[in-house]
Every structure is written in structure tokens, then in C-alpha cells.
Ligand binder design. Structure first.
Ligand SMILES: [Zn+2]
Length: 51
């Protein structure tokens, strides 16, 4: 019986990054770049902009 499922990140082989659409502001969490938003805008990786 598993007793420690509170650390989901540790079980993820790939880290998710948060992407924000520069046009509509939509947020998407993905392990890969989502490409283009439904609105036609480009996604920016939040992780790359953090200092
Ligand atoms: Zn958008």
C-alpha cells in the first residue's frame, strides 16, 4: 500500500514548463513547446524568462 503520493513532481520523468500566449494570455503547462495558440498567438516559455 503506497503511503507517499504527495510528491507528484518526483514521479515525473519530464518537467513541465508553463507557456503563456503572448496574444491572449492563455496559460498552458506542457513538457514540450505547445507551438501556436488557438488564437494564433505565440507561446512564451515562462521558465526561460525567470531570472
Ligand atoms: Zn492565445
Amino acid at each position: 500500500m503506497p503511503h507517499s503520493q504527495d510528491i507528484d513532481v518526483a514521479n515525473s520523468p519530464d518537467l513541465e514548463s508553463t507557456y503563456e500566449c503572448l496574444l491572449c494570455g492563455k496559460l498552458v503547462k506542457s513538457t514540450t513547446h505547445p507551438g501556436q495558440c488557438d488564437c494564433g498567438g505565440e507561446f512564451q516559455n515562462w521558465g526561460n524568462s525567470l531570472e
